[in-house]
Design a protein around this ligand. Structure first.
Ligand code: GLN
Length: 543
């Protein structure tokens, strides 16, 4: 039977519960266990697809096409395994499912209540679709004490009771604030948070205490006493300068060892292999050559909104021994400038990532034009491909009103709505009036690459699978005229219908992709496009 680890958070938000869950998963995987991580988000949105990335961080897309919380990205990067659409659910979706069941008459006229109907729906999610995992780690979003979290905490309490308390462990991630004037880490907020959990019937079994300096033995003893937890399960989670050092930190603190002891599993029979994590930490600290990259984005410096992209770039940089610096360029700020050259001083690679809506697009196209004309390596991701096409159509081909129908109608529609495509064997149709939520082309689709292309020299294979999240696409009616001007489609869906990759001839590196390669990069398997882009940027800088 699977063992369940429930991860909750207390005191404040943004403590890195997701990172903690991912790290515990990585440590158990390093001991050879089969691990699954799931996320329960109490908020009322049906899914994160339409939530602002500025408020909530990026929308992460799984291989099977779910728009999920960015924590699923951490899980994939730490565990080097795919998450599934069934690994993340929100409060909104839970209530939606319950209300749909009520409408269908599934409850046979019974009164529909938080307990048991909503709690049962949550419990069903926790246990659904498992395939003999040794450990199921369930992260509960939000902070203990939130109104939205209540029913989720009740559901996990019941779950532990149903499967037997010894098969479930509650790990609480909390904060020990450091008060400079008295030079002390304070334990009181944590005591209150643990009590708050206890009021809901949940006794925490382990505390991961976020703190800026190590916890003294006296403080650990105090927490153990007041929180009713074994002292050895009070774990200091001291800040690290890089999240990929967390597995080493938690391993040294004995987290996985204590987890196995809790479940009465003999750790000697499952010895850990931490080598790859140790090597990664060394690689991160030994980068040498500098390379400066600009990301031209709508939101300015908002690394959470572009989490996977930021991570993918770093994975490749560490792998190529590059000390990469990212300059976040607010696209709108470029729009009023006569000369944007000073912004890109020392920059030897420009990326325009995925995006939605018109704001900032003029600035993004200015940056693309700058990269194209000045032979600076350019990598356009999704919207970055679409804007590169618009820029090319307007300034090289001379189609002055070239645009995307996403925000201009009528225009010369060089980017337009894809009305049909095959998804999981079925024909999907979209129209200009389709709902904004749940109507994108999502998840992994195959792409065939032209043999003599830059893309082929990067991937070194004919067929690839990459993840998508877009509604619009390149209009192939203009393809011939682009080609005669030096812009080529070098990757397409295998039926030849949908363009997936474009590149420019006579440029050191100008690549646009309709998909999001950043979702598939891990620190142990950096994505080849990012690695090749950074190498091109290094060359452009004379390296
Ligand atoms: N807004 C564009 C579309 O919907 C691009 C989306 C993206 O960059 N992810 O097609």
């Amino acid at each position: 039977m699977s063992k369940y680890i429930f991860v909750t958070g207390g005191v404040v938000s943004s403590l890195g519960k997701g990172m903690s869950a991912a790290t515990i998963g990585a440590l158990l995987k390093a001991r050879g266990f089969k691990v699954r991580i799931r996320k329960l988000d109490p908020y009322l949105n049906i899914d994160p697809g339409t939530m602002s990335p500025l408020q909530h961080g990026e929308v992460y897309v799984t291989e099977d096409g779910a728009e999920t919380d960015l924590d699923l990205g951490h899980y994939e990067r730490f565990l080097s395994q795919n998450s599934h659409s069934t690994d993340s659910i929100s409060g909104g979706k839970i209530y939606y499912n319950v209300l749909m069941k009520e409408r269908r008459g599934d409850y046979l006229g019974a009164t529909v209540q938080m307990i048991p109907n909503v709690t049962d729906e949550i419990k069903e999610f926790i246990s659904s679709g498992l395939v003999e995992e040794d450990f199921v780690i369930c992260e509960v979003g939000g902070t203990v004490g939130d109104i939205e979290s209540l029913v989720f905490l009740e559901a996990i309490r019941q779950y532990a009771n149903d499967i037997g308390r010894k098969n479930a462990m509650f790990i609480h991630v909390t904060l020990l604030p450091y008060i400079e004037t008295v030079k002390e880490l304070k334990t009181k907020p944590t005591q209150h948070s643990v009590k708050n959990l206890l009021e809901k019937g949940i006794q925490a079994d382990m505390l991961l205490c976020r703190c800026i300096k190590n916890i003294s033995e006296a403080e650990r003893a105090k927490l153990a006493l007041f929180c009713n937890i074994e002292k050895s399960n009070i774990i200091p989670a001291v800040d690290v300068d890089n999240v990929y050092k967390l597995p080493n930190l938690y391993y040294s603190a004995g987290v996985d060892q204590r987890v196995l002891e809790y479940f009465n599993i003999k750790s000697e029979e499952h010895s850990p292999n931490m080598q790859k994590w140790e090597e990664l930490a060394k690689r991160i600290d030994s980068v040498k050559e500098k390379v400066n990259i600009a990301l031209v984005v709508k939101y300015g410096d908002a690394s959470d909104a572009y989490k996977s992209l930021n991570e993918a770039l770093h994975h490749s940089a560490w792998d190529e021994n590059l000390d990469m610096q990212i300059k976040w360029v607010n696209a709108e700020s470029l729009e009023k400038m006569q000369d944007i050259t000073p912004v890109f001083e020392k920059i030897t690679g420009i990326i325009v990532p995925g995006g939605f809506g018109e704001r900032g697009t003029v600035g993004k196209m200015k940056a693309i034009n700058y990269a194209r004309v000045n032979n600076i390596p350019y990598f356009g991701i999704c919207f970055g491909l679409q804007l590169a096409i618009i820029e090319f159509a307007r300034n090289v081909v001379g189609i002055k009103n070239a645009n995307t129908t996403e925000f201009e109608h009528p225009c010369s529609p060089v980017i337009s709505l894809m009305t049909e495509w095959i998804s999981k064997g079925e024909l999907e149709k979209r129209s200009q009036n389709s709902d904004k939520g749940g109507t994108l082309r999502l998840g992994s689709y195959p792409c065939k690459i032209v043999e003599t292309s830059l893309a082929h020299s990067i991937y070194k294979v004919d067929f690839i699978h990459e993840r998508h999240r877009h509604r619009y696409e390149m209009n192939t009616n203009y393809e011939e005229i682009y080609r005669s001007n030096g812009l080529y489609v070098t990757g397409r869906s295998p039926d030849g219908v949908l363009p997936e990759i474009i590149e420019l001839k006579n440029h050191p590196f100008f690549l646009g992709v309709q998909f999001h390669p950043e979702f598939k990069s891990t620190p142990f398997k950096p994505h080849p496009i990012f690695s090749n882009f950074l190498l091109a940027a290094k060359r452009a800088g004379g390296g």
